[in-house]
Design a protein around this ligand. Structure first.
Ligand SMILES: NC(=O)c1ccc[n+]([C@@H]2O[C@H](COP(=O)([O-])OP(=O)(O)OC[C@H]3O[C@@H](n4cnc5c(N)ncnc54)[C@H](OP(=O)(O)O)[C@@H]3O)[C@@H](O)[C@H]2O)c1
Length: 198
């Protein structure tokens, strides 16, 4: 186990899967709820402001997008807020989804490779953020396009739900580059995805 608090890895031009997870590896419970996370307030304090500043392009799956609309954007959210991202956002879906007026949202489907190319071009010197879910992050990993996993583990187990990353990544293993405690509720682990030798 490396020493705690190595250098944060928010340097330039990486494709990062940055998310929060339960201890048993779920990013949402079986009902797609994040109540387990929001019981801690807005979630883990700490590096998000620094992280998002270094992001130039964002990708998410349809379930995550619809969760955002329902819980944060649309009137049914209770206290609706504006679309949270200034960065261009690619939403993967096979359906026609509602657009958020004024937001730079691009609906795409299929192979992640050409989309990733567009995202990297749009991001310039900044990073690409894969918001989730895990299967979508896995599709980027399948094509060697995932550089880093930053997972903030909440001190809960869910027993089931949306998996963090439904892939076998065994050899080469992930390389742990930072591990930090965030109060008594969270531990954040940063892993580099090591590329397999050709
Ligand atoms: N804990 C956290 O920090 C965190 C972060 C992110 C998300 N979440 C939550 O975790 C859950 C994730 O849900 P999820 O695992 O179902 O994942 P998701 O990636 O948000 O959505 C999956 C959907 O995305 C679409 N999709 C994925 N890849 C595609 C492709 N290549 N082409 C076309 N469409 C594609 C499909 O929707 P269609 O049916 O439209 O084809 C698929 O059913 C959500 O509840 C979300 O709110 C939690």
């Amino acid at each position: 186990m490396p020493a705690q608090c190595e250098k944060p890895s928010f340097t330039t031009m990486k494709t990062q899967y940055y998310t929060a997870s339960s201890l048993d590896g779920f990013i949402a419970d079986p009902e797609n709820s994040l109540a387990w996370l929001f019981q801690f307030g807005d979630g883990p304090e700490g590096d998000y402001p620094e992280f998002i500043k270094a992001i130039g392009a964002i990708a998410m799956g349809a379930t995550t997008y619809e969760w955002l609309l329902k819980h944060q954007i649309f009137p049914e959210a209770g206290q609706p807020q504006p679309w949270p991202y200034t960065q261009p956002t690619w939403v993967f879906t096979s359906r026609e989804l509602v657009h958020v007026p004024g937001a730079d949202i691009r609906f795409v489907r299929g192979d992640v490779r050409p989309v990733h190319q567009e995202m990297v071009e749009a991001a310039g010197d900044n990073n690409v953020w894969l918001v989730g879910g895990g299967e979508l992050a896995g599709q980027f990993h399948d094509h060697g396009l995932l550089d880093e996993i930053i997972v903030t583990i909440a001190s809960v187990t869910l027993g089931g739900g949306a998996p963090l990353l439904p892939r076998a990544i065994v050899s080469p293993p992930l390389r742990l580059i930072a591990a930090r405690a965030r109060g008594t509720d969270f531990a954040q682990l940063t892993y580099e995805v090591q590329k397999a030798r050709a």
